[in-house]
Design a protein around this ligand. Sequence first.
Ligand SMILES: Nc1ncnc2c1ncn2[C@@H]1O[C@H](COP(=O)(O)OP(=O)(O)OP(=O)(O)O)[C@@H](O)[C@H]1O
Ligand SMILES: [Mg+2]
Length: 523
Amino acid sequence: LCQTLLHTVTPPELRFALLKLFQRLFNCFSTYCYYEITEIDGVNTNELYNAVQLYLSSSASSTTPSAAATSSNRLSLTRGLNSAAITFGLANNDRLADVFNGVSVIWEHIVTPRQSQTFSWRPLPEEKRGFTLRINKRDKTQILEAYLDFITEKANEIRRKNQDRLLYTNSRGGSLDSRGHPWESVPFKHPSTFDTLAMDPAKKAEIMSDLRDFADGQAFYKRTGRAWKRGYLLYGPPGTGKSSMIAAMANFLGYDIYDLELTEVNTNSELRKLLMKTSSKSIIVIEDIDCSINLTNRKKSNNSGGRNSSGSFDGGSDMRTGPGAPGGPCDPENSGNSNSITLSGLLNFTDGLWSCCGSERIFVFTTNHIEKLDPALLRSGRMDMHVFMNYCSFPSLKILLKNYLGYEDGDIETEILTKLAEVIDEAEMTPADISEVLIKNRRDNDKALRELLEALRTRAEKKRLVNRRRRLEAEVEEIAEEEEKRALDSPKEVGGVATGGGDEVEVNYKKGGKEGEEDNGIN
Ligand SMILES: Nc1ncnc2c1ncn2[C@@H]1O[C@H](COP(=O)(O)OP(=O)(O)OP(=O)(O)O)[C@@H](O)[C@H]1O
Ligand SMILES: [Mg+2]
């Protein structure tokens, strides 16, 4: 009203001065401070505007009583391209109250038409949008900074939740895309979650709380001077859920996955470049690490034997502390070999200084043969958690029965449950094998249970036979060794060359026979 009045009775200069004076007077007597957060700050997009919009949209759509009390009953709804969630927004010129650390504030969304005569290098939206934050003057110093930080963090979290996660791969073999990225991505839509994962519930809960602590642990990692990363080694027979666990982890934390194909990486410096191009809040996966590459062969230039013992690794750690000129001519890994990536290069990737270029990252290695890994990789502190994914146990079986056949606790007759419990450990069936049986019979629950019990019994019987044969073979071998030892201890008896040679042939023959039989037995 004042503005209109001024507009009609005064020349522009005087009008401007009066308006300023009036505003100052108003500010002096007002108990509030007002902050404007415009959508476009000069020519740049104001990140804070987007953050506030996301934050308020989550408050506005929340139904919990503790959330911001909205005075608005008109919300705008949007869903972005490829976005999984609907975003609620404040409609134009609407207000919303919020409470932060016990202090009440008011947000107002203001939209005004933009004057068309303003010149700009880039096209501006026709409307000028902004949020006005009203805080009581006495609360200003107490909360403003912390409140804006809180909003930014919350917005990032919402953004991550709403976006589809991505699965990256380096399958292009080192070549870059048009934007210079070595990683290729596809939307990650794996449905595996910790609910669907069949494993010991206590172990599952431990992993989940470990992941939660990791994700919430920024202050801890800062305080202790540690890089904000964590390593998991998942090991166990094929089909026990190692890959499913990685997908469950990503879904649980809302992280992207980088599936690193080591065989596509030629040098350690290429590996480093790949690491530098990964984003925070991601899981970097190397599957089947024992097969990917001969990781025990760390320094080919001065190592003629190929396989290097773990003992010499500590001597080789010079590559981590003083890599010289990585990628340069002195770099032994760049000796022209098509795949000269080394264990120390990999450890540098996960553990050394380079691993900290970015934060909040989880490294996951999987293997079927933990015994084949170099102890340097298993040393404590390298991989923070070693998770053994075992054959299906009874608690895991119950999870599969619930997921595949819809059985809750108490739905299955105790008699059948006892029978299943009796054979499940001995049968050593993987969750993958069991899910096969359940999927095949999922239209008939009774049949599924019957077939499962049958399959478990057959498997258990087979295992029993194999174990019995192994025991017998071990006994035979033991006897043969004893005989051989006795023959060596009493030289008089070994006097005849023919006798000694005969013994040896016999032992070798038995050993050879055993190996052949074992192959048949396992298959
Ligand atoms: N623990 C489990 N819980 C639920 N489903 C499982 C589990 N383990 C295996 N499965 C089922 O079996 C299939 C294969 O499992 P997955 O690929 O996770 O095994 P893996 O341990 O990674 O095997 P590999 O060592 O061969 O890579 C999955 O699609 C999943 O449906
Ligand atoms: Mg796998």
